[in-house]
Ligand binder design. Structure first.
Ligand code: ADP
Ligand code: MG
Ligand code: MG
Length: 250
């Protein structure tokens, strides 16, 4: 089974409030799905739980990657298995250049030495797609990066690490339209039979440039409705009120 499956997932803050109330979602490898929903719906919490954030506990359900439960795996093991979490990136790594950090991350993922020629050719290709200058490689990771540079850099790392499944939370926030287009170009370049992505977003804007195979709407910690890209358009036009009513009547 080539898919990332979230199966009846219930979760709460450790010793605290319940946030997820039975999330069901299947992301087949080769597809891009969007999760939309109003503020506070639990979208970011879902992303963090997939990443293995220890501040939440799963009370019921499972998360399976290609048929294997990842719940007992540490975050780095999940990454080795091919999961990439854009938002989980280190805030700043002083003293480590961007390229070196990425090389070490790739080495950790592969569990062995990285072929440097291959590595640099992947880097070049990613920079070209992202319309970016090489000077970004020698800067310390995220040190003094603008918000847009950080987002673009996350996408560059994703392109080089070639994950099987990527989760991106609010990748569009704080980007101007040109940066948004470039980020979308990177994600679209990754699309193919060996790559699946979950785009978590509050707004429809990003989905004009990365057209998803499916859109899921989360309200109060559950997916209440799913559909094609037209669902995102409807949300943009009509807001979330009608889905909230759907959530209550379900
Ligand atoms: P979204 O990303 O959809 O806006 P979040 O997942 O960020 O929603 O948050 C869902 C709800 O859970 C919010 O009410 C938020 O305040 C609460 N929440 C999430 N994580 C924590 C936490 N670590 N501590 C306290 N409240 C939290
Ligand atoms: Mg929020
Ligand atoms: Mg959020």
């Amino acid at each position: 089974v080539n898919q990332l499956e979230i199966r009846n997932l219930h979760a709460r803050i450790v010793d605290g409030e319940t946030i997820l109330n039975g999330v069901n979602l299947v992301l087949p490898k080769g597809q891009v799905h969007a999760i939309m929903g109003p503020n506070g719906a639990g979208k970011s919490t879902l992303g963090k739980i997939i990443a293995g954030d220890p501040s939440y506990e799963i009370t019921k359900g499972d998360i399976l990657m290609d048929g294997e439960s990842i719940l007992e795996m540490e975050a780095d093991e999940r990454a080795r298995k091919g999961l990439f979490l854009a938002f989980q990136y280190p805030v700043e790594v002083p003293g480590v250049s961007n390229a070196n950090f990425l090389r070490l991350a790739l080495q950790a993922k592969k569990g062995g030495e990285v072929n440097l020629t291959e590595f640099y050719s992947k880097l070049q290709k990613a920079l070209e797609t992202l319309e970016w200058d090489e000077s970004i490689l020698t800067r310390y990771l995220n040190d003094g990066f603008s918000g847009g540079e950080k987002k673009r850099n996350e996408i560059m790392h994703m392109m080089v690490l070639e994950p099987t499944y990527a989760i991106m939370d609010e990748t569009d926030s704080g980007l101007d339209i040109d940066a948004l287009k470039v980020v979308a170009k990177g994600v679209n370049a990754m699309r193919g039979p060996n790559f699946g992505a979950l785009l978590i977003t509050h707004y429809q804007r990003l989905l004009n440039y990365i057209v998803p195979d499916m859109v899921h709407v989360m309200i109060d910690g559950r997916i209440v409705t799913s559909g094609g890209p037209e669902l995102a358009m409807k949300l943009e036009e009509q807001g979330y009120e009608w889905v909230k009513e759907l959530a209550v009547s379900n």
